[in-house]
Design a protein around this ligand. Sequence first.
Ligand code: TRP
Length: 336
Amino acid sequence: MKTILTGIRSNSILTLGNYLGALLPMVRLANEHSREMNVNIFVPDLHSIISSVDGNLQENIVRTIKYYLAAGLEINENVHIYRQSYVPAHSELCWILNCVATMGETSRMTQYKEKSEGRDSCNVGIFDYPILMAADILLYSAEYVPIGEDQFQHIELTRNIATRFNNRFGEIFTVPAKTADQVKFMEVDNGLRIRDLLNPEKKMSKSTAAENSKIMLDDEPAKAAKKIMSATTDSLGKVKYDMWAQPGISNLLQIEALITDVPLQDVISTWAGETRYGDLKKKVASSVSGMLSEFQEKLAKISDQQVYELFEAGEKYANEVANAKLAEVQKAFGLR
Ligand code: TRP
């Protein structure tokens, strides 16, 4: 059986961009495939500690899984939910892969370059982040790793490390699909990216100071609707999907398509030729506030206990699978 695997760092409350760009597509994909594939959804808590955590890490970890459930994740015996730090094989394999990966390829990672900004005081975890991520993926022989485009480089690195290892020791790792095939599997054209509402050239980010730039999943629905109404558009006076010339309008069309689960092309045709941006904004504002109220209501009904029960079963499974793969790797190197 093939495996789909993904994780979202739980350092803070997520934005609507994280939800629509990562969480919801993942949940739809999982529900579509969990009858014929393993679906591993894990919380990369060891990745969380490379930077500061807003509030309490424990609480954030549990909330992250609640997000998936509130987004409609269906649980069956093929869906495995676990915490990275409860499966020690991740850290163990990370060390071994550190001895396979090179300084050159790891230093080229954009995320590392951006986060470290060349500072000597940058922690080593930031540098090693993609190697731990490779371990997360390779331990479970995952073929598909649905994630945002900012993580594609890490998938390519994982493929390179796995291939190098296999060339040396034989076919021990399953090399995950190429990013082009990942994208096909996810059925998105470019990895999704919801934009900042005030500066739509940029990605929506929780770290942007301006409140009206971003919608957080715990925003009051009416407040979120207001943020959509005040989103930056343009002066062209024509609703058209064009990320370069009209990023604000294109972003709204994208948000509408994702929330209503209507193909983007259909949303574009519905609004083609419309000249009043206010009408589009009203429609998107109502979609967003409707989605948030439903989501928040579901979220409130999920107990911590429910999540801990999923962890218990998932971590038992994960430890079995991961330890078996780790043992193969240890043998290959002569450690066992
Ligand atoms: N790097 C991912 C992110 O920042 C989180 C992550 C860690 C992950 N390990 C992973 C995602 C393995 C997919 C597979 O969002």
